[in-house]
Design a protein around this ligand. Structure first.
Ligand SMILES: Cc1ncc(COP(=O)(O)O)c(C=O)c1O
Length: 395
């Protein structure tokens, strides 16, 4: 098969300035972890998000941020956590690991994310937390979801892994809830050398636990040491809140990655804007075939991390489209986000049933196009031409 447009796992290419930032940190950072680039990245990230200084914590990936957010929920037996079935698995399993009982929420078919209505439908008196996933790069209707969660006294967590820089009403995705997680994985619009993440915690009392949770329970001694080496370099304790002890891990992100993350914040808006402009050109270029339905959002509410469509005429037509794109045109589209209830993992854990018809319909008819930021214009034009030709041949 002569692949002309591949579905790459890498979203961006670095600029020479970004590469120089990495090289400089490689040469000069001392130590290579837990130092000034970490503080700088967290500070700049908080400023970018418009949230309080000291509320953002860099970690080694989005999953590590999810693990800590789940710990901070402090689930008790029977506590439920509402999670969309249409998402990536890491949005969910950390909450199971830390004692939450998952309840699946459906998505809206047009926007592919949860709404206040789909969440409220599955809430019960046992609901302790809600995880909103801004999937594909689109911010869910957060004002309505925030009101709902406040009214019910429920913890609201935003999975902003795919949505850095998107905003609604001047508020950044990830700045609405009680906590938020971000991913800087290779495929994301901002990546720190392939792995990386951030945890946002609004409540300063909970935020105070994160440095210890993130780094082996390391903390300062609470007494003066006349000899700095006695008893040893630093203390280790269990992060504790209201008498409850939380187990630490080491989820730290190194200095080189942090230096790059801080630098990339200067360019993320441009990357997002360029991806959105391109997405508009692609969507508008296929408007003669309305059965291939896109989510068209020409504003910063969508960063088009991914470019997804749905074949409204059904799975068979979707498959015919994908096959022709691949076999005749060499364009490798993919299908993403198997509703989690369909995975063996969740079935074996007792979560194998979900009443989420929109998630099922969307997944069974969706197409995700290759959409890396660095795709050359001639490849992009080729993919658009190929999609038009295949749609015409399927009429
Ligand atoms: C929606 C979503 N949540 C969570 C994650 C986990 O992030 P990471 O790969 O950085 O652990 C990802 C991506 O990888 C994701 O797409």
């Amino acid at each position: 098969m002569d692949i002309k447009v591949n579905f790459s796992g890498r979203s961006i290419r670095y600029t020479e300035e970004e590469i120089a930032t990495v090289v400089d940190a490689m040469r000069n950072a001392e130590p290579l972890t837990q130092a000034r680039h970490l503080q700088d990245f967290e500070s700049k990230f908080a400023r970018y998000q418009g949230v309080a200084e000291g509320s953002c914590f860099a970690v080694m990936n989005g999953c590590a941020a999810l693990e800590m957010s789940a710990q901070l929920c402090r689930f008790k037996p029977g506590d439920e956590v509402v999670i969309p079935s249409h998402t990536f698995t890491a949005s969910c399993y950390p909450y199971i690991k830390h004692g939450g009982h998952v309840v699946w929420a459906d998505i809206d078919l047009a926007t592919r994310v949860v709404t206040a209505e789909t969440i409220e439908r599955v809430m019960t008196p046992k609901t302790k937390a809600v995880v909103v996933v801004h999937l594909y790069g689109y911010v869910a209707d957060m004002p309505a979801i925030v009101s709902l969660c406040k009214e019910r006294g429920v913890i609201l967590i935003e999975d902003t892994a795919q949505t850095i820089g998107s905003e609604l009403g001047g508020v950044k995705a990830g700045a609405f809830g009680d906590m938020a997680i971000f991913s800087f994985h290779s495929h994301k619009n901002l990546t720190t050398l392939g792995e990386g993440g951030m945890l946002y915690v609004r409540d300063p009392k909970l935020a105070a636990l994160v440095p210890g949770l993130r780094h082996n329970g390391h903390c300062a001694y609470d007494f003066e040491r006349p000899d700095y080496w006695k008893p040893a370099m630093g203390n280790v304790d269990v992060p504790t809140i209201d008498g409850e002890m939380l187990m630490p891990s080491n989820y730290s992100l190194g200095e080189v990655e942090c230096a790059l993350g801080a630098k990339m914040l200067e360019r993320i808006d441009t990357i997002n804007d360029e991806k959105r402009c391109r997405a508009m050109r692609f969507i508008d270029g296929l408007s003669d075939w309305p059965e291939l339905e896109f989510h068209r959002v020409p504003t910063r509410r969508h960063n088009y991390h991914l470019l997804a469509a749905r074949m409204t005429s059904g799975t068979e037509k979707r498959d015919a489209f994908m096959r022709a794109m691949y076999e005749k045109k060499g364009v490798k589209c993919v299908v993403q986000y198997i509703p989690l209830d369909r995975y063996d993992f969740y079935t074996r854990l007792g979560y194998g049933r979900a009443d989420c018809p929109n998630a099922d319909t969307f997944f069974d008819t969706m197409i995700s196009f290759p959409f890396q930021h660095w795709m050359p214009e001639d490849q992009f034009q080729y993919m658009l031409g190929a999609a038009r030709a295949v749609m015409e041949s399927l009429r």
